[in-house]
Ligand binder design. Sequence first.
Ligand SMILES: NC(=O)c1ccc[n+]([C@@H]2O[C@H](COP(=O)([O-])OP(=O)(O)OC[C@H]3O[C@@H](n4cnc5c(N)ncnc54)[C@H](OP(=O)(O)O)[C@@H]3O)[C@@H](O)[C@H]2O)c1
Length: 253
Amino acid sequence: MTKFAIVTGESKGLGEGIATLFLESGVSVIGISRSENHQLPVIAEKNNQLYKHFRCDLSDPNEVQNTFNNMKDFIASEKELTNVFLVNNAAAVKPINQAMNIKSEDLVRHVQINMVAPMLLTNLFLNEANAMDVPAIAVMVTSGAAERPIYGWSAYCSTKASMNMYTKTVALEQEELETGNKVIAFNPGVMDTEMQETIRSSTKEQFSDVERYQDLKENSQLNPPKTVASVLIDILNDEDVGNGKVYNVKNYL
Ligand SMILES: NC(=O)c1ccc[n+]([C@@H]2O[C@H](COP(=O)([O-])OP(=O)(O)OC[C@H]3O[C@@H](n4cnc5c(N)ncnc54)[C@H](OP(=O)(O)O)[C@@H]3O)[C@@H](O)[C@H]2O)c1
């Protein structure tokens, strides 16, 4: 019996926590990011699981497609595959700026990473899961920014909102097609990661609410990413995963 999880952005932050907990709970992991995590191979070995890293810049759709093809061959070589997961965790918060000051190349890159890559990977993943006849769950990591406007975050709010609607739309399709596959979104809340460092380093002109985020760090109000990751792993282990549901960590911590 083998379970496989593909985790994007497993090199650090929430993705590292999710990959670690999958390995510790008996699920082999394929990680996709630009840099390598040197702890995960050790954790995999300790838990008798496979871990393989695929280097990929998610801002390039051709790289995403090629990486998926290589990954697919790797997973297909596994016999007795019982479950597959895809966690679309990787994302960028930049550009943070007034919308009218955002450069077109920065906007395009942001949309490729936060919206095109997760949609493309999920489309390929669901298609392959059907071909292999293995039950699949895809997770889109979203944010509170998907539901409320934040000054300076027009790109991030828009791409995260698209994750919620993509989840609901594809879940509806999978339901009507009776594939048994599920797609959910997961809002992890504020966590102590590099993404928050990037947010805190904005100027007030770029991000009018920057001081509130500086205070969150100062007052230790950011959750450790591994704690948040454990909530997602518990949700995925629950047989009653709600297809199309947007889960919020706030309801669990
Ligand atoms: N931190 C928060 O407070 C917070 C709040 C709400 C939602 N979220 C969401 O939670 C998720 C994880 O956030 P985090 O805070 O853990 O972020 P993080 O610490 O900045 O880590 C981001 C991960 O994404 C990968 N990544 C970024 N750009 C990439 C690219 N072009 N190609 C491939 N991989 C790329 C990074 O890997 P490499 O650099 O190695 O490529 C890294 O592993 C994101 O979806 C984020 O939007 C975070």
